[in-house]
Design a protein around this ligand. Structure first.
Ligand SMILES: *Cc1c(COP(=O)(O)O)cnc(C)c1O
Length: 454
């Protein structure tokens, strides 16, 4: 091929005259199409100047522009098949909402709603009011409020109750959650001074007592959701910390992380700390996530004593961290399911997945294995095996739930390649590589065909 020269490069106007791009301009806007053609020509000019030989035919430029525009219109947020075995996968958006929540979101999205309108008095209402009664009923707390997520909840509480003062926390509870949430940093950024007491494995009541001084504004307990300290250990019970708090009139706040509104052991699941129990134990304020075990939309729920919740709501930062109508709609519908706990495993996807009977998973796994064998051919080794699912999102990290997986290996093809092959499917299928095999966990799969690549 001959070297191309800059003079051969068509002008923007010439390219835009093509029928195909005229059609694009009808679909999008002539301004956008012009911009994109200009960018493509600029890149080509650069390549030519650098001495590269490239295809600069109007057809090529047209095709590039067309592909670019098509890609741009495709949604970036796509449905993904979760065969990872992690039920509450933070990278996949955590909890899947129940139908009731989806219906409630539709109403709030499509219509004006009484978000901040008191329909009885005809006056301005309070957006958190839609959730407060039910949250109090489910947790036994006096008052409740809600913000963007649990990180925001903790930040807001600390800033409201302890700004420029000291916050005492055990060294064994200085949690880091994936995605850069670190308790010490949240304490600092909320304008408080961190006072660590005890050691990593041992914190005693006396450590708290000797740290309390006139500058102490808050005693913080954090649930070590994603790790356990085992062996020679000792930690101080919430009840004991509450006693110190009462003696010195210092609020005790507990960050439960996931927390649960019910006793999960009734469904044969390992039990996560219950919000109700922390309130019973005397915590002044308790926070937990909306999209972890609760199974609702992303949110940080704050429950506790009325005077503290009132102060938290008055903090100007509350306005910056408040939730929107879609979250309130979804949260209300999700919480209402908890009024009838025995129906939760049927209605709340998070619990349905976590409690799915192994024989049901096995049926799907066997069908998926059969279809995958057909699809992949005899060079792949496909098998149904026992496996282990996880709750995820830091909940009960060492608790595993038995499941069935389809394992896939190939004599030559590396596991990472197989992993990528499934991830590149449309829709993407997220499996995992474990102990020399590529695994597809069937716990969350509704139809066997969902894990078969096209
Ligand atoms: C998950 C978690 C958080 C953060 O909650 P988000 O809702 O993700 O902001 C905070 N603290 C603990 C202990 C957690 O487990």
């Amino acid at each position: 091929m001959q070297k191309n020269s800059l003079r051969e490069l068509p002008s923007v106007d010439e390219v835009l005259r093509s029928d195909r791009l005229q059609k694009c301009a009808d679909l999008y806007s002539i301004g956008l199409v012009t911009e994109i053609v200009r960018d493509i020509l600029k890149k080509m000019r650069g390549k030519i100047i650098d001495g590269h030989t490239i295809d600069i035919s109007p057809e090529k430029i047209e095709a590039l522009a067309n592909n670019y525009l098509e890609d741009m219109l495709k949604p970036s947020l796509k449905k993904v098949v979760n065969a990872s075995g992690v039920v509450l996968h933070t990278n996949l958006g955590r909890a899947i909402l129940c139908n009731e929540a989806i219906e409630a979101i539709k109403i709030a999205a499509c219509h004006p709603v009484n978000l901040e309108l008191n329909l009885e008095e005809g006056e301005r209402g309070n957006r958190d009011g839609h959730l407060e009664d039910i949250l109090c009923r489910l947790t036994g707390a006096e008052a409740a409020t809600i913000v963007n997520n649990n990180a925001a909840a903790l930040f807001l509480i600390l800033n409201t109750l302890a700004e420029a003062k000291e916050v005492i926390i055990s060294r064994g509870e200085l949690v880091e959650i994936g995605g850069s949430f670190r308790i010490p940093e949240v304490i600092q950024k909320s304008g408080c001074k961190l006072i660590e007491v005890g050691t990593t494995n041992m914190t005693h009541l006396s450590d708290y007592i000797s740290a309390v001084n006139p500058d102490t504004a808050l005693l913080l307990k954090a649930h070590t959701s994603n790790y356990r300290i085992i062996g020679f250990t000792s930690n101080v019970d919430l009840k004991e910390v509450v006693k110190i708090g009462m003696q010195h009139s210092i609020p005790v706040v507990e960050d439960l992380g996931s927390g649960s509104l019910i006793d999960l052991s009734q469904f044969g699941l390992p039990s996560e700390p219950q919000v109700k129990k922390s309130i019973e134990a005397g915590a002044d304020v308790v926070t937990f996530s909306g999209d972890k075990l609760l199974g609702g939309p992303q949110a940080g729920i704050i429950v506790g004593k009325e005077n503290y919740i009132r102060r938290i709501n008055k903090n100007p930062l509350k306005r910056a961290l408040r939730v929107d109508k879609l979250t309130i709609a979804a949260m209300e519908a999700t919480l209402k399911l908890y009024l009838k706990p025995d129906t939760l495993p049927a209605k709340l996807p998070t619990l349905r997945f976590l409690t799915r009977p192994v024989p049901e998973i096995t049926l799907i796994a066997e069908e998926a294995s059969r279809l995958l064998k057909q699809r992949l051919g005899k060079d792949y080794f496909v098998e149904v095996e026992n496996g282990e699912s996880k709750i995820g999102s830091g909940s009960l990290p060492e608790e595993i739930i038995t499941t069935k997986v389809v394992s896939i290996t190939h004599k030559q093809i590396p596991l990472k390649k197989i992993f990528d092959m499934f991830l590149k499917n449309n829709p993407p299928i997220l499996g995992r590589v474990h102990k020399g095999k590529f695994l597809l966990d069937m716990r969350m799969i509704e139809k066997a065909e969902d894990v078969v690549i096209k």
